[in-house]
Design a protein around this ligand. Structure first.
Ligand code: CP
Ligand code: NVA
Length: 326
């Protein structure tokens, strides 16, 4: 039976079957080919889409905006200080109002519960553009990038080094497990993922033929990995933790030596971005040791970070088209 995602919200990958995730990746690949060929099918013609942001964004905001315009929809950006959201009006009330005006709602913010309330009350599909716990649209782009590089995802190994409790580690674990991949979370013990999530993901992996390893050992984590993944050490909203994270995550910085520790010449480097890889940003000037990856790796031949960033557009478009399109 064909996969039908019409009317569904997209809050976290745990809510989707392996087949549904694979269908979104296939649709994203198809939409990417069409975009490059200049074919516009306008499957969201005449629809209005709200883009609700509590936190800043470059890629996610631009991907939703351009995807809307490519497909004939109107995107309306609503920053956190632009509307009453959460200050003078409850999330549930805002959801019911936005649902009367808009055909779909993207939300990026802090508490995951907020996006759940939006989805419960809006009556239209709600898409998670990142919360403190999950970043599911990012993982679709990551998986598409790995698939473009290596082909079939089943059996591939991805090693994430850094904060093993953040939205990216959580989402990558689930995405890999759903697609029968081997995922390693490489982090100091105090940043290992929640045990309940590890148990749930391990169960999924056992079913799909994948695996999940949580380790503090760089050697164990990197061995044989096709993709090494990094994220910032302090996520948005964790600015007061920067000094502590630099102290505990310093040894997990991605270096050329770490890339070689995979034992493979074809390992690729991935990063959701934004990244501290040199001293040219305000924050990295202030905290030079905050760099989670060496510039040499970020700018080197194994890096696929900008292909990955481009794939945000095609995968986000796929989510909107699959849940709302003709
Ligand atoms: N990767 C990502 O979500 O980037 P933005 O924060 O720029 O949207
Ligand atoms: N973990 C990061 C991801 C950014 C795309 C954050 O939440 O800031």
């Amino acid at each position: 039976m064909a996969v039908d995602l019409q009317g569904r919200s997209f809050l976290k990958l745990l809510d989707f079957t392996s087949e549904e995730i694979r269908s979104l990746l296939a649709l994203a690949a198809e939409l990417k080919v069409k975009k490059k060929a200049g074919i516009r099918e306008r499957t969201l013609d005449g629809l209005n889409i709200a883009l609700l942001f509590e936190k800043p964004s470059t890629r996610t905001r631009c991907a939703f905006t351009v995807a809307c315009v490519d497909e004939g929809a109107h995107p309306e950006y609503l920053g956190k200080s632009d509307i009453q959201f959460g200050k003078k009006e409850t999330v549930a009330d805002t959801a019911r109002v936005l649902g009367r005006f808009f055909d779909g709602i993207e939300f990026r913010g802090f508490a995951h519960q907020t996006v759940e309330i939006l989805a419960e009350y809006a009556g239209v599909p709600v898409w998670n553009g990142l919360t403190d716990d999950w970043h599911p649209t990012q993982v679709l782009a990551d998986l598409l990038t790995i698939e473009e590089e290596f082909g079939d995802l089943k059996g591939r190994t991805l090693a994430f080094a850094g904060d093993g409790r953040n939205n990216m580690a959580n989402s990558l674990m689930v995405g890999c497990a759903k697609l029968g991949m081997h995922c390693r979370i490489v982090a100091p013990a105090e940043l290992h993922p929640e045990v309940d999530l590890v148990a749930a993901v391990s169960e999924i992996a056992a079913f799909t033929g994948g695996s999940l390893v949580i380790t503090s050992s760089i050697e164990e984590g990197m061995a044989g990995a096709e993709a090494i993944y990094a994220d910032v050490w302090a996520s948005m909203g964790e600015e007061d933790l920067i000094a502590d994270r630099i102290r505990i995550l310093g040894p997990y910085k991605i270096t050329a030596e770490m890339m070689s520790a995979t034992g493979r010449a074809d390992t690729i480097f991935l990063h959701c971005l934004p990244s501290f890889h040199n001293l040219d940003t305000e924050v990295s000037k202030k905290y030079p040791d905050i760099r989670e990856v060496e510039d040499e790796v970020f700018e080197g031949p194994q890096s696929r970070v900008f292909d990955q960033a481009e794939n945000r557009l095609h995968t986000i478009k796929a989510v909107m088209v699959a849940t709302l399109g003709d």
